[in-house]
Design a protein around this ligand. Structure first.
Ligand SMILES: NC(=O)c1ccc[n+]([C@@H]2O[C@H](COP(=O)([O-])OP(=O)(O)OC[C@H]3O[C@@H](n4cnc5c(N)ncnc54)[C@H](OP(=O)(O)O)[C@@H]3O)[C@@H](O)[C@H]2O)c1
Length: 343
């Protein structure tokens, strides 16, 4: 059994980790932290978990977390980096759902996250946890930087085209929409029901923190600089990311459907839909799937890829558990094959 600790067990990704891990045959939940709810039963805050969980929230304490085999950080940016060096020394495997270890260059990270990095030396040892791209490195990693939700949907959508080769001046555009749970559980005015309901708006158009993360990985795949524009929107739904991706002046002569199908044919968590079938966020709700469609409208030069995920599952907790499975040498899909909820 893998004994698991979760830092940030009251938040949306924390409770999603708990939901999936309580059904995981190889994991045992040992520590769940919350500063605000310490001393309370997890099941008293989340009765949906009660039949299988009698854990009590405790305050985060490295000495206690060191006793776990695997620690997930489901806490705000800047939390994990304070505890990771000591946990690494103790031999604990770590998966950070926040952004502390996603960007390799510490100056770039500090620019975007507006704080000094607590352990820049560790950045180079962290593996970016997108299994479809870095599977072999994840298997040997002690520290995994779980990708952001938008980056997961966007990178998986562009990946086959970039691997096939694009010219340096090819323009990549990601028009993305997220449900409000992407912003976490803390009270905040833009996600109030009366502000987000019956509304549709763009945000951080000139500077979203996922832009450098996505660009870093797209450039690793393309093996050269890429021109990348990213426009996020908030839509009035709870879960889901919908990314509409455009590759302009693609000049791709190959059969796109075959390219995508062949790239993902051995992946348990990426489905390329048949021609004429378009993905919807409801198709992946509560599942670890990314669903994709690819087309070239009007036989023109622009390729359009549609990519959907559940931000809390393939975009966070599910992908983190997929990474845990790889890091501990168990079947990658263990505990993650539940189909989506519909309707
Ligand atoms: N929501 C998503 O769709 C999504 C997707 C991908 C990645 N992420 C990332 O995952 C992380 C968690 O997101 P979330 O949406 O679950 O956030 P959230 O709902 O706001 O929950 C944050 C959790 O962290 C705990 N916490 C806050 N400050 C802490 C600190 N200084 N030390 C230890 N624990 C602390 C909170 O509990 P206490 O305050 O009681 O300790 C709470 O349990 C974030 O970094 C986020 O960017 C989120």
């Amino acid at each position: 059994m893998i004994s698991v600790g979760i830092v940030g067990g009251t938040g949306y990704t924390g409770v999603e980790l708990l939901r999936i891990l309580t059904m995981h045959p190889n994991a045992e939940i040992k520590v769940v932290t919350s500063r605000s709810e310490a001393g309370k039963k997890v099941a008293s805050l989340y009765p949906s978990l009660s039949p299988s969980l009698d854990t009590i929230f405790t305050s985060p304490d490295v000495a206690v977390l060191k006793e776990c085999d695997c620690v997930f950080f489901a806490a705000p940016n800047g939390t994990a980096m304070q505890m990771v060096p000591e946990l690494l020394k103790a031999g604990v495997k770590i998966i950070d759902l926040a952004a502390d270890f996603r960007i390799k260059n510490s100056a770039t990270w500090e620019h975007w996250y507006k704080q000094a990095h607590a352990c820049p030396d560790v950045l180079q040892t962290a593996i970016y946890g997108l299994p479809e791209l870095h599977r072999e490195e994840i298997k040997n990693a002690q520290l995994v930087a779980n990708p952001g939700c938008y980056p997961t949907a966007v990178i998986l959508g562009f990946l086959p085209l970039l691997e096939a080769g694009i010219a340096k001046d090819t323009q990549l555009i990601a028009d993305t929409k997220s449900g409000v749970s992407g912003a976490g559980r803390a009270a905040n005015v833009p996600t109030l029901f009366s502000e987000a309901g019956e509304n549709f708006k763009a945000y951080n158009v000139n500077a979203h923190r996922h832009w450098p993360e996505i660009k870093q990985e797209l450039e690793i795949i393309a093996t050269h600089d890429v021109s990348f524009v990213f426009t996020p929107h908030l839509v009035p739904m709870v879960r889901g990311i919908f990314a509409t991706l455009y590759v302009n002046n693609a000049e791709i002569s190959m059969d796109l459907a075959s390219l995508y199908k062949e790239r993902y044919e051995n992946e348990s968590f990426v489905q390329v839909l048949e021609e004429g079938v378009l993905p919807e966020t409801k198709h992946v709700r509560a599942s670890n799937q990314c669903m994709l469609s690819v087309s070239r409208p009007y036989s023109g030069e622009t390729v359009v890829v549609l990519s959907v995920i559940d931000n809390l599952v393939k975009g966070a907790a599910g992908q983190a558990i997929q990474n845990m499975n790889l890091m501990f040498g168990i079947e990658e899909a263990t505990g993650l094959l539940q189909p989506g909820l519909f309707p």
